[in-house]
Design a binder for this molecule. Structure first.
Ligand code: PMP
Length: 405
């Protein structure tokens, strides 16, 4: 087989369909977020303002976090030195797991190398090792959950997005004696909508099912201590597993699950994605713990963040730029056309120094192509005015419809 020709052919298909992903080469400015330097392919550079980062609160640049990481490197070096059970468990990992269990009001926590791996490994292990388990999965669950469930080879039913009635209908069709799990997210990353957690837990309780909640886009951001939507709504004890990331609002990297001591010990003991991989660098664990500790105590970042989100929405409204209404911090600006979406993103970057990645199919359905804007507390009023003005100009150039106030 001519492997190179095969690769080129497949890539050509992505280009033709407009789905080829471009990776902007940027360097974030320490202490200067959301500013970054963009490196063009020809070697030249450009100063840009980042509007699509998941470092939602700028904690990745916060000296509390970066200093904790530097201190940990000075104390114990760069890498963990092994898998968790062969010399790789560093005291910083233990402290971080204690911090996470406390954040979500659970007995224990387990960290993984990313949020993706935590979903894949935990769901794959739970669903794969509990005999006869049926998993009910929200239709818009993240790829990492889908892959974990698929990997487990368990029975799976997909319920309509955020629809407890559809979940009940599906659960009622199955053997009442079969063990069951309901897996869903709190804040959905592309539409920014929020799950009816209590109603989904009610249905799960009716059928004696365990519940698995991905709070990746909510931890650090919602709830009095940043424990997520479940904390804000007083529902943490209704969830068997709360999963999260250290790579978004906490500003570092890594993922985790929290749950009962036995459940975490079970995953720790049976998940190959936990056992057979090098532990996170201790400095990452130290930085994440510092970030979590700070966001448990401080409301300032969350409050400022919500203010900026509201200002961005108002600025877009004032220009009639259509954006999806939702109760979260994610502002999807709806373009509805793949090539126009990419063109606007390119011109925003090249002519206005504004970096927003276009989101096209298959990440979102065709005709719902969008610019996913993620404001942070560090975006200034001038940044917001600049963004809305530039979008307005490009909206006219593309002859796109405006929203009516
Ligand atoms: N769950 C959801 C809902 C996500 O959106 C993502 C990543 N965007 C992940 C899990 C994976 O988290 P991480 O980036 O830490 O791997």
């Amino acid at each position: 087989m001519d492997f190179e020709a095969f690769f080129e052919d497949k890539l050509g298909g992505l280009h033709k369909a407009g789905n080829y992903r471009v990776f902007a080469d940027i360097e974030r400015h320490a202490g200067g977020f959301p500013r970054a330097t963009r490196y063009r392919a020809d070697g030249s550079t450009q100063d840009v303002t980042v509007w699509c980062s998941n470092d939602y609160l700028g904690m990745g640049q916060n000296p509390l976090v970066t200093n904790a990481m530097k201190e940990a490197i000075d104390r114990c070096g760069a890498g963990a030195g092994g898998t968790r059970n062969i010399s790789g468990t560093n005291h910083y990992h233990v402290l971080l797991e204690e911090e996470l269990a406390d954040l979500h009001g659970k007995e224990d926590a387990l960290i993984f190398t990313s949020g993706y791996v935590s979903n894949w490994a935990a769901l794959g292990t739970l669903a794969g090792k509990i005999p006869g388990l049926i998993v009910y999965s929200d239709a818009l669950n993240h790829a990492s959950m889908i892959e974990g469930i698929r990997h487990s080879r368990c029975e799976k039913r997909v319920f309509k997005h955020n629809d407890p009635e559809d979940l009940r209908r599906l659960m009622a069709l199955d053997d009442p004696a079969a063990p069951k799990m309901v897996a869903f997210e709190s804040v959905y990353s592309m539409d920014g909508d929020v799950a009816p957690i209590a109603a989904l837990c009610d249905v799960a309780d009716e059928f004696g099912a365990m519940t698995y909640l991905d709070e990746v886009h909510a931890v650090g951001m919602y709830g009095p201590r940043g424990g997520g939507i479940a904390e804000r709504e007083g529902l943490m004890d209704r969830l068997t597993v709360i999963e999260g990331t250290l790579g978004k609002a906490f500003g570092v990297m890594g993922g985790y699950i929290t749950g009962s001591r036995a459940l975490c010990d079970f995953v720790r003991s049976f998940a190959s994605g936990f056992i057979f991989t090098t532990a996170l660098p201790p400095a990452l664990a130290a930085g994440a713990a510092a970030s979590i500790r700070h966001l448990k105590a401080s409301q300032l970042e969350r409050r400022r963040h919500q203010d900026t989100v509201a200002k961005v929405r108002r600025a877009l409204d004032s220009h009639g730029i259509p954006h999806m209404e939702n109760p979260s911090h994610i502002v999807p600006v709806m373009v509805g056309n793949a090539s126009k979406c990419k063109w606007i993103s390119d011109v925003l970057m090249e002519s206005h120094g504004i970096y927003v990645q276009p989101i096209n199919y298959p990440t979102v359905p065709v005709k719902t192509e969008r610019l996913r804007i993620t404001p942070t507390p560090m975006h200034s009023d001038a940044d917001i005015k600049h963004l809305a003005g530039a979008l307005s100009e490009l909206w006219s150039q593309c002859a796109l419809a405006r929203a009516v106030a």
